[in-house]
Design a protein around this ligand. Structure first.
Ligand code: COA
Length: 170
């Protein structure tokens, strides 16, 4: 059954497989100091620390990370930032997600955001900011299908054009 789950050792093997898929494609999306295959527990501890806001770097805010899973299979992750800072307001927003490479274009991206909205509601986020690169058509569709309204497009420090969408979280 497809659901958002708390990251746990239950999904370890599948999660490590997924990280390898990212690496093969040169996608460095799961940024941790150590490779998850070297120290999976470190990954879990870091996720928990971020959720509680313990020892965060100055530019980081507390965030909840959840994994989209089907049975024991890891499909993707979503991170919900509990509040915005100056940088997240420009790019990053409240919610970021990734679907493992082998499972893209099957509707999971749309589903992960749909399942995340009530979780964000429980965290008290009534107006959700989500940003994506202007040329990330997949992500733009996901946001629009979940009620996102485009506010504007801005250029970040890396000279990338970013779309900024808001979702009214009912
Ligand atoms: C962007 C991403 C999450 C899309 O996930 P996904 O599971 O493929 O999304 P879906 O299957 O729900 O697709 C949603 C829509 O976008 C379209 N789409 C997906 N990937 C696309 C692409 N690369 N180019 C164009 N359209 C795309 C789908 O066809 C679908 O269109 P439809 O609604 O007309 O049928 C995934 O490609 C990914 O993880 N990318 C890397 C990380 C990333 O960019 N995250 C978002 C940061 S803002």
């Amino acid at each position: 059954m497809l659901k958002l789950a708390k990251p746990s050792a239950e999904y370890k093997n599948s999660f490590i497989e997924a990280v390898k898929e990212f690496e093969v494609r040169g996608e460095d999306f799961y940024l941790h100091e150590k490779k998850p295959s070297d120290d999976f527990n470190e990954v879990l501890q870091k996720i928990r620390r971020y959720e509680k806001g313990i020892n965060l770097p100055a530019d980081r805010v507390p965030q909840t990370e959840l994994w989209l899973v089907d049975g024991k299979k890891f499909i993707g992750w979503v991170k919900i930032r509990h509040k915005l800072n100056e940088n997240l307001l420009l790019q990053g927003g409240h919610i970021g997600y990734i679907i493992r490479s082998s499972e893209r274009k099957k509707g999971y991206g749309t589903k992960i955001l749909e399942l995340t909205l009530p979780v964000a509601k429980k965290l008290g986020i009534d107006n959700i900011l989500i940003t994506c690169n202007d040329n990330n058509l997949g992500s733009a569709k996901i946001i629009e299908k979940n009620g996102g309204v485009l506010e504007d497009k801005v250029i970040n420090d890396e000279k990338e054009l970013k779309r900024r969408y808001w979702i009214k979280n009912k």
